[in-house]
Design a protein around this ligand. Structure first.
Ligand code: ADP
Length: 407
């Protein structure tokens, strides 16, 4: 079974094509950037074609359908393509950021599913519209092929009411579905499941904290196999400090700043989402590697940005250990979680009081997937590379298979 995974942003379209055989082989991948501009950049690579070399081209892609058209054309290109004649894809998996409180698992896309994704545009105005554009484009270009929506929010739908409700009048929750949703669910679920395999114990016995640390960062408490709490909220702005996002702060401070700086809601949203976090504090940038380099060279604000970044994560892990009434493992993933050895050490060292003892040598080893605690550590610490696209492809395969079961 061949599954193509589509991830659309406002001006980008990413795809990965998998053969869902035993090794879930990645056949091709690509990215169209700057959709809507006069010329768009198309990057493409197919593992078994042209020695897997990356090909970069300028294309005309005024919208997502045109971008996907260019992808489809390349997949049947005599020189670069994987298919002769027509594309043979058995299912399309879409990353959909917000499924609101309607979806707790992946869904085969029907008219009704699309209507709910459309309804969720009001609470995810930046993310859901391009996701829908991707779905519409695929309905045209892969007509008749089953399409599946895999939601970033679905894994967190198991959070109990006392966790997901904010301390505001209950009617606002009823009227606007204003509550904590959480994001990065596909990644948290993927690494949690792998961690359970590595720990060799049943998920029902385990209390795990998963740390997805990339440009966006979120921490999730997975209790007995289900998401119990997560740091992101109604939007992906809540929680820890991120590359460009502020994370938790006093809502009254936001209102005060809007008044003092004469900021409209959209400008304030820009400030909190795009100009804050590591970038805003350090003044260096959002890329942790650059901030770490500046800190090493003595840049005081870069050092402070890293201290704040680490402190907030430690605070969440501790809070979740208390909320779950225990902790068996901390799992790191994402660009930072997988690669930033010194940051992992700084997060884990203060957790020694919980019974977590870090092994510096294992932490610094070259292995991608690894246990980084000492052998006698009661609480385990793991690094598990995430693979959101593969997770989407696996969930797509499962959702399609479920519709084909005899009733
Ligand atoms: P996204 O959330 O956009 O998918 P990634 O998961 O790729 O992003 O994470 C990007 C972040 O990972 C950047 O801040 C980058 O600096 C950081 N990162 C990647 N490799 C390293 C490394 N070796 N050391 C420190 N930070 C790293």
């Amino acid at each position: 079974m061949k599954v193509i995974v589509i991830n659309c942003g406002s001006s980008s379209l990413k795809f990965k094509l998998f053969d869902m055989n035993e090794s879930n082989e990645l056949l091709a991948e690509g990215l169209v950037e700057e959709i809507g501009k006069a010329l768009s950049k198309f990057t493409y690579r197919a593992s078994r074609v042209a020695s897997g070399e990356k090909v970069v081209r300028q294309i005309q892609a005024p919208d997502h359908t045109a971008a996907l058209g260019a992808v489809a054309k390349t997949l049947v290109d005599p020189e670069l393509g994987l298919f002769r004649g027509a594309i043979q894809v058995d299912a399309v998996g879409h990353r959909v950021v917000h499924g609101g409180d309607k979806f707790s698992r992946s869904e085969v896309i029907t008219r009704q599913v699309k209507d709910v994704i459309t309804d969720c545009c009001t609470i995810a105005p930046l993310h859901n519209p391009p996701n829908l554009a991707g779905i519409n484009a695929c309905e045209q270009i892969f007509a008749g092929v089953p399409q599946v929506a895999v939601f970033d929010t679905a894994f967190h739908q198991t959070m109990p009411e006392q966790v997901f409700l904010y301390g505001i009048p209950y009617e606002l929750y009823e009227r606007h579905h204003m509550r904590k949703y959480g994001f990065h669910g596909t990644s948290h679920e993927f690494v949690f499941r792998r961690a359970v395999e590595l720990l060799g114990r049943p998920a029902e016995e385990l209390k795990i904290v998963t740390c997805h640390l990339g440009n966006g960062c979120s921490i999730t408490a997975v209790k007995h196999g289900f998401s119990f709490d997560t740091s992101m909220g109604f939007t992906p702005l809540e929680g820890v400090v991120m590359g460009t996002r502020a994370g938790d702060m006093d809502p009254a401070a936001v209102l005060w700043l809007m008044e003092k700086e004469n900021l409209e809601p959209s400008a304030m949203s820009d400030l909190l989402n795009k100009k804050s976090g590591l970038k805003g504090i350090s003044g260096v940038g959002n890329d942790l590697r650059e901030v770490m380099q500046a800190a090493d060279q003595g840049n005081a604000r870069a050092r402070l940005a890293i201290e704040i970044f680490v402190y907030r994560i430690v605070k969440y892990v501790g809070a979740y250990a208390a909320a779950m009434g225990g902790l068996d493992a901390v799992v790191f993933t994402g660009g930072i979680g997988e690669n930033a050895t010194p940051i992992r050490a700084r997060i884990l060292e203060p957790l020694a009081f919980l019974g977590l003892s870090l092994d510096p040598e294992r932490n610094g080893s070259a292995a991608k997937e690894k246990e980084i605690n000492t052998p006698d550590s009661r609480v385990k610490a793991l690094v598990v590379p995430t693979n959101e696209e593969l997770s989407i492809a696996l969930q797509t395969k499962r959702a399609v298979a479920a519709t084909q079961q005899p009733r």
